[in-house]
Design a protein around this ligand. Structure first.
Ligand code: CS2
Length: 504
């Protein structure tokens, strides 16, 4: 048997890779890092890094390399694997028809680990070369109370960081320490660019950073408020977690890459054009700069991300493993489309340049891509923060205008059952990864005694639990699901009830 020789992905081997893999065409030794990015997960590597790599290749402006930053010990594995590869990695773009494009991305220049050497990160952010600090810190990473919107000063990590400004744990401590150095040196500040699925992500980042800064130094806080830009943005590219199969697939092509990234072909980035210093001309490679991103981000978060939660929670309970598997079930596809059409579309504002019907068609096609095995476990990770961001505001908007809430409410009822039993309906254990999992489980498991028990989770439900209409709909759904644990039957009931309502 002939054994395939594999070439390790690194600078030295980059021009010996098989022809089926495209490689950076610019001189990596000349790249300097204008961007420091916190949170180098799969999404950053398929999105901002992908655009930035393309921009450097097209423009020849090599001042936009990205210095990656991980803050926690959990980032160590990625840091050490990428370092071994001179920070190169392969983006595997999987089309629905089976076509695969393999592209080595070259714009990462370094990867600093904050928990090992916080000052290295702070000094890097404070260096003159850094023009932008971008963030993918997840919906939960902004440290705000979802009901009041206020910065959570009770978080033990925040208390730690205020007492140890040169050894912070959270991103706010790093940003403030670096901005303080720039302020003292008389250097202009960097732009803080959020790339998370939070509505008004730039405004939220701004409020959190400034609230934290006030607790450190009010002159600094005033300077940040007047000088630092926090552009809002809508970010989009479905990027499942990397699997061992992705690594073996590259090995069959003759390349050894320890942490590639798989993603769909679709990508979108709509950014508010508001930067403190210079920025890459990402519009040359497909990003769009606009003066107001609000309608775009609302459309994306309320349709795509919430749509993922619909399939993720109902599909997990039913026993599906991936998004494509769930949406290929006709009842799940109909339920999702119904949720989008009846509960979300009426609360969206017109979105310039976008036909919403076509956008929703495209979402269903993207979800159905059979080559993107996006696991429901990934989709359901951090459900508490995601539902607060993606789904509960839609219920609140509908309550305010007497709109429909049945689909979204069934999803919340199903989340209660999911968090209570922690198995699917056949009894198979679910993998639950959520910072709030214990709190949620504790209340959800009291549902048999009090059907509205989960709504006592004030940090999530204190707004909605004041609505009699929501509480009645939720308790009815929960009671029905607990007495007949058949998720499809309840999805069907919601659809039939709505059709009856429309006919009468
Ligand atoms: C997903 C997102 O995490 C989730 O729940 O909805 O990661 C989604 O895949 C991306 O936002 C797509 O742009």
């Amino acid at each position: 048997m002939q054994t395939q020789t594999t070439i390790c992905l690194n600078n030295q081997n980059i021009h010996s890779l098989p022809e089926s893999i495209s490689v950076p065409t610019y001189d990596r030794s000349k790249v300097t890092a204008g961007i420091v990015h916190v949170g180098v997960g799969g999404f950053h590597r398929s999105h901002e890094a992908f655009y930035t790599d393309a921009y450097m290749a097209q423009s020849g402006d090599l001042s936009w390399g990205i210095c990656g930053v991980g803050l926690r010990d959990a980032d160590r594995k990625m840091q050490s694997l990428l370092k071994q590869q001179d920070y190169l990695y392969t983006l595997i773009v999987r089309h629905p028809n089976g076509t695969i494009e393999n592209k080595v991305i070259g714009c990462l220049t370094d990867f600093l680990l904050g928990c090992d050497d916080p000052m290295a990160v702070i000094n890097k952010m404070a260096s003159e070369e850094t023009k932008i600090v971008s963030l993918t810190i997840t919906e939960g990473g902004y440290n705000f109370n979802p009901v009041t919107g206020e910065f959570d000063f009770t978080n033990p990590d925040v208390i730690h960081d205020l007492a140890n400004p040169d050894k912070p744990r959270l991103v706010f401590g790093y940003l403030i320490a670096a901005l303080k150095l720039r302020f003292e040196k008389g250097l202009a500040p960097f732009t803080i660019q959020s790339c998370d699925n939070v509505q008004h992500n730039g405004d939220v980042a701004k409020k959190m950073v400034i609230d934290y800064a006030h607790a450190v130094d009010s002159d600094l806080a005033d300077w940040i408020e007047s000088e630092v830009s926090f552009p809002n943005a809508m970010v989009d590219r479905i990027t499942p977690a990397t699997t061992p199969e992705d690594i073996s697939y590259l090995q069959t092509l003759g390349i050894k890459d320890e942490w590639p990234v798989t993603c769909e072909p679709f990508h979108q980035w709509i950014i508010e054009d508001k930067f403190t210093l210079t920025r890459p001309q990402w519009e040359q490679v497909g990003a769009q700069f606009v003066s107001d991103v609000t309608p775009y981000e609302k459309m994306k978060i309320r349709l795509l991300n919430a749509g993922h939660s619909v399939l993720g929670i109902l599909g997990s309970l039913y026993g599906f493993d991936t998004i494509d598997e769930s949406v290929q079930d006709p009842l799940f596809a109909e339920f999702l489309r119904h949720f989008m059409d009846i509960e979300v579309t009426p609360i969206l504002s017109p979105v310039p340049g976008i036909n919403l019907e076509e956008y929703k068609d495209t979402l269903l096609e993207r979800f159905a891509n059979p080559n993107i095995k996006d696991s429901l476990a990934r989709i359901c990770s951090e459900n508490a923060a995601k539902l607060s961001t993606f789904m509960l505001p839609t219920i609140a908007n509908n309550l305010a205008k007497n709109g429909e809430i049945q689909c979204a409410t069934l999803v919340i009822a199903a989340w209660c059952y999911y968090s209570d039993k922690q198995t699917d309906l056949q009894g198979k254990p679910l993998t639950i990864s959520d910072a709030m999992a214990d709190e949620v489980h504790q209340l959800a498991s009291q549902t048999s005694e009090r059907s509205g028990a989960l709504l006592e989770l004030k940090s999530i439900f204190s707004g909605l639990s004041n609505s009699e209409k929501f509480v009645a709909a939720y308790t009815a759904q929960v009671e029905a699901l607990y007495s007949t644990p058949n998720v499809k039957q309840h999805m069907q009931a919601v659809l039939s009830e709505c059709k009856l309502g429309q006919a009468s």
